[in-house]
Ligand binder design. Structure first.
Ligand code: GLN
Length: 492
């Protein structure tokens, strides 16, 4: 048996079922690795809670009543509310907040006694404040470092999730993706992550950033592990999330190992233009060659409005954020300013103290584009182009089955490189935003290494509800390559 922390979710689940190891032993092993909080990946750890969950898993394993992933550890991005751990969304404004309930995805992965898959929670993961960012530099609780090079960002906003999985602090994590926050950090940290079709996994208990885009999903080292977690995460939750789709959950592992013979992979020419760094291009090209060897056919396609996805997203997402974040006013949740003269003064001071700069910037942008006189010029236009971007994908899917390209124009950048230039971060989202705006499923699969040995991810985008196809394509690539198995140098 590999050391526990090197085992995949699938391997751990099997070892636990076969009683080769107990859930308490697994949890204890991971908790020991979390001591000192490597990479500042975690925001809350509570070994008592974790061990109590592990004991409950052991009891169910002994009784033969365990869930699909009974006893396997997971950690949650801090935008998922949890009863047993603090929830901050990476913001000072939620300091001291405890949710009275678990997010649907936390519940679905959690205690099998409550119908979940039986996973044991290791804690909560650092992220950009309210999931706004591409580098995890916007967390109020400090940056997360990239396990491949601690001078570099882990990506964002699910940077804690990606770093924790890459550093083997947890075999799997949840993330959320509004404009790329599962795919881009997965790419930067050399792991695998999938954002399902918008609406397939419930948003209930996921602290809202931009509700028409937000989507939770799994991050792990392999496509098989992502398939295992995603199978547990999907399914309707209509009573609690009105945009949750009435689509049954699916066993995504059932369609792994299907042949790729004849698969048409669309290559959008707009994803391979000037801004793409040569090392990323080389790794992506290498993965595409692998697909050809596996029997797939590359088809040139066009997504003509790719560039417009940046202004469109950075109008729509802040617009929704400005509305969603109005609930943080010092009355209901978390932080409240100490000295104030009246109610309005209390709101103002609470929000001035509680929100970080990027969040304030987005609230201001959002309020501006929604305001009288600008709504038509910005917000309405953006909504129209959003529809055209979705239509462009449907045109493309007439000629191909999946779309492949880079996740980001470069490998993970160094801390501070974009620190005074938020727009530089925004521009780097160019390849993940289109699928988000269209609500399509997308994933990142390790595809090689670029400058200074930093990981590069291949992005796969599928049509609506084609998660199984994406996961199979990623799985086949992982059978033919070993990028997902490599470890950051020096990692024990
Ligand atoms: N980088 C994008 C943003 O800052 C995407 C973030 C996300 O997907 N949560 O909005």
């Amino acid at each position: 048996m590999n050391s526990l922390h090197d085992m995949t979710v699938a391997e751990l689940a099997q070892a636990l079922k076969a009683k080769q190891v107990s859930a308490v032993e697994v949890a204890t092993g991971f908790l020991a690795r979390l001591g000192g909080n490597p990479h500042n990946a975690f925001l809350d750890i509570d070994s008592e809670v974790t061990l109590a969950q592990a004991q409950a898993s052991d009891a169910r394993l002994a009784a033969g009543t365990g869930g699909l992933l009974e006893g396997v550890p997971v950690a949650h991005k801090d935008v998922f509310v949890t009863r047993d751990f603090a929830t901050t969304a990476g913001s000072k404004i939620l300091t001291g907040y405890r949710s009275p309930f678990d997010a649907t995805l936390v519940q679905k992965l959690g205690a099998s006694a409550q119908g979940g898959a039986g996973m044991v929670t290791l804690g909560k993961l650092n992220c950009d404040e309210f999931a706004m960012g591409s580098a995890n530099e916007n967390s109020a609780f400090g940056k997360v470092t990239n396990p491949w090079d601690t001078a570099r960002v882990p990506g964002g906003s699910s940077g804690g999730s990606a770093a924790a999985v890459a550093a083997r602090l947890t075999p799997a994590a949840t993330g959320t993706d509004t404009g790329g926050s599962i795919r881009q950090p997965a790419s930067f940290c050399g792991i695998t992550g999938i954002k399902p079709t918008y609406g397939r996994a419930s948003r209930y208990g996921m602290i809202a950033y931009a509700s028409s885009l937000d989507q939770g999903g799994p991050m792990a080292r392999t496509a098989e592990d992502c398939a295992l977690l995603l199978s547990a995460m999907c399914g309707p939750d209509i009573d609690r999330d009105s945009t949750s789709l009435d689509m049954p959950a699916e066993d995504f592992t059932a369609s792994l190992n299907q042949s790729l013979e004849g698969l048409r992979i669309g290559i959008p020419k707009e994803f391979f233009g000037e801004g793409l760094h040569a090392d990323v291009r080389a790794a992506v090209d290498g993965a595409l060659r692998e697909y050809e060897k596996l029997g797939a056919r590359l088809v040139p396609i066009s997504l003509p409005r790719t560039e417009l996805s940046i202004p469109v997203y950075y109008i729509i997402a802040p617009a929704e954020a400005s509305s969603n974040l109005s609930r943080f006013d010092g009355v209901k949740f978390g932080h409240r300013a100490k000295d104030y003269t009246d109610l309005v003064d209390m709101y103002k001071k609470t929000r001035a103290e509680g929100f970080g700069n990027e969040v304030k910037r987005r609230i201001m942008t959002g309020a501006y584009v929604l305001s009288h006189g600008y709504y038509d010029a910005y917000y309405l236009q953006a909504q129209k182009i959003r529809r055209m971007i979705a239509d462009d994908f449907q045109n493309a899917f007439k000629e191909c089955d999946v779309i492949a390209g880079p996740v980001a124009p470069s490998v993970a950048w160094k801390f501070g490189e974009n620190a005074n230039d938020p727009v530089a971060d925004y521009l780097a989202d160019i390849f993940t935003l289109p699928a988000s705006l269209a609500g399509l499923p997308g994933m990142s699969v390790p595809a090689g290494f670029g400058a200074q040995g930093m990981p590069v991810g291949l992005q796969l985008i599928g049509n609506y509800f084609k998660e199984a196809q994406l996961l199979n394509a990623a799985h086949r690539l992982q059978q033919a390559t070993d990028f997902h198995l490599r470890k950051p140098e020096g990692l024990q």
